[in-house]
Design a protein around this ligand. Structure first.
Ligand SMILES: *Cc1c(COP(=O)(O)O)cnc(C)c1O
Length: 364
C-alpha cells in the first residue's frame, strides 16, 4: 500500500438500524430510532417517491452523464447557469474531486476541529497536509486563527456552515472580513449541507460570493433536508472555470438516473421543505427546554442536530441508549468524551431520547 493510504482511518458512519438489531439480538419488529446521521426523519417528498417509481423501469439505460435536466433545475432554483454546477455521488464526491483536481502532495488545506472529517481524510488521500484549527469555546469557527494558518502552500480552506458536529454558523460580517482578507489563490469551500435549516439572519449567503466572483465553491446535498441520503446525490456550485476543472476528474455516470429524477422532484417541493424546517424548529425548542430543565450544557444549533454534554462517559450512554431503542453519535472522535450529537427527530423520537437520557442520568 502507498504509505499515506496505509495511514488513513476509515470513515465511521452512524450505526445502521439493522446492525443494532443484530448485535443486541432484537426482534425485527423492534422499533429503533436512528438519530445518528442527521437524516430527515420526515422522509422524502411524495413527488420524489413518485419520480423514483417512474424512473424505475428505465434503469437498464445508463443515466444522463451531463445531468442536463437536474443542472437546469438547479440553475433555475439559484438563478445561475447550468455551467455553474457539478453533480456528485453525494457532496462527499465533490470533496474528492476538489482534492484530485487541485491538490499536490506539497499543498496544504485548512479546516476546523471538530468539523466534518471528510475534509481531512480527502486531504490525506491526496497525500497533503491538513491544518486543523480548534473551534472557539462556544463551538464556532475561529476565522482569524484559520486565516493565520494560510501560507503560500494553502490551496483551500473548508468551512462547514452550519458546522458538523457543533451546529454553529459563522457570522455575516466575520465571514465577509475573512474572505476579503485572505489571498485570492485560496479557494474557500463553503459546505452548506445544512443550509435549509439555518434560522438566524446572521449567516453569510454563499451564493452572493459566487456571483461576486470570489474564489469560492458551495457544497450542497440532497441527503439532509431533501431526505434522499439513500440515493447519494449532492452538488458543487461555483464559477464555470472551476466547475470545468472538477469535471476533468469526474468518472462517467457518477449520479444514477433514479437519483437525478428524485432530486429534480425534491427541488420542486417547497412544501415538504417547509414542513421539514418547521418540525426541526419545534424540535429545537423542545430540546432546549428539556436540556435547560435537566441542567445539561448544549450548543444552540442552526442545523438538524444538537451537541450536548451528557455529563457521563458518552460511549456508555450510547450503549444504554441503544437498549432504549435510540442510536446517537458520541463525541469522543471529536475529543469530547462526555458529549453526544443527536439528530432532531419527530416529537415522539425526541421525547423518547429525552426520557431515556433522564433514566440513564438518574441511575448513574
Ligand atoms: C452529511 C454531510 C455532507 C453530505 O454528505 P453527502 O455525501 O452529500 O451525503 C456534507 N457535509 C457535511 C458537513 C455533512 O454533515
Amino acid at each position: 500500500m502507498r504509505p499515506h493510504i496505509q495511514r488513513l482511518r476509515p470513515y465511521v458512519p452512524g450505526k445502521p438500524i439493522t446492525e443494532v438489531k443484530r448485535e443486541l439480538g432484537l426482534p425485527n419488529d423492534f422499533d429503533i430510532d436512528k438519530l445518528a446521521s442527521n437524516e430527515n426523519v420526515l422522509g422524502p417528498s411524495a413527488a420524489a417517491v413518485e419520480a423514483i417509481k417512474n424512473a424505475a423501469a428505465a434503469v437498464w439505460l445508463y443515466p444522463d452523464d451531463t445531468c442536463y435536466d437536474l443542472k437546469n433545475a438547479l440553475a433555475d432554483f439559484w438563478k445561475l447557469t447550468p455551467e455553474n454546477f457539478i453533480l456528485g455521488n453525494g457532496s462527499d464526491e465533490i470533496i474528492h474531486f476538489l482534492m484530485l483536481a487541485l491538490l499536490d502532495s506539497q499543498d496544504e488545506i485548512v479546516s476546523a476541529q471538530p468539523s466534518f472529517v471528510q475534509y481531512e481524510s480527502a486531504a490525506r488521500l491526496a497525500g497533503c497536509t491538513c491544518k486543523l484549527v480548534p473551534l472557539t469555546e462556544d463551538g464556532r469557527h475561529d476565522l482569524p486563527a484559520m486565516a493565520a494558518e494560510i501560507t503560500e502552500r494553502t490551496k483551500m480552506v473548508f468551512i462547514a456552515n452550519p458546522n458538523n458536529p457543533s451546529g454553529t454558523v459563522v457570522g455575516k460580517a466575520e465571514f465577509d472580513q475573512f474572505i476579503k482578507s485572505i489571498p485570492q489563490y485560496v479557494l474557500v469551500v463553503l459546505d452548506q449541507a445544512y443550509y435549509e435549516y439555518v434560522e438566524t439572519e446572521d449567516s453569510p449567503e454563499g451564493i452572493d460570493y459566487v456571483r461576486d466572483g470570489y474564489n469560492v465553491i458551495l457544497l450542497h446535498t440532497f441527503s439532509k433536508a431533501y431526505a434522499l441520503a439513500g440515493l447519494r446525490v449532492g452538488y458543487g456550485l461555483a464559477n464555470a472555470d472551476l466547475i470545468k476543472a472538477l469535471n476533468q476528474v469526474r468518472g462517467p455516470f457518477n449520479v444514477s438516473s433514479v437519483a437525478q429524477a428524485a432530486a429534480i422532484a425534491s427541488l420542486g417541493d417547497s412544501d415538504q421543505l417547509t414542513r421539514t424546517t418547521e418540525l426541526n424548529n419545534a424540535g429545537k425548542k423542545y430540546f432546549y427546554a428539556q436540556l435547560d430543565e435537566m441542567g445539561i450544557t448544549y450548543i444552540p444549533t442552526e442545523a438538524n442536530f444538537i451537541m450536548l454534554d451528557s455529563g457521563l462517559p458518552a460511549k456508555e450512554v450510547f450503549q444504554e441508549l441503544l437498549r432504549h431503542g435510540v442510536i446517537v453519535r458520541t463525541g469522543d472522535p471529536f475529543g469530547l468524551p462526555t458529549w453526544l450529537r443527536v439528530t432532531i427527530g419527530t416529537s415522539a423520537m425526541n421525547e423518547r431520547f429525552i426520557k431515556a437520557l433522564r433514566v440513564i442520568r438518574e441511575r448513574a
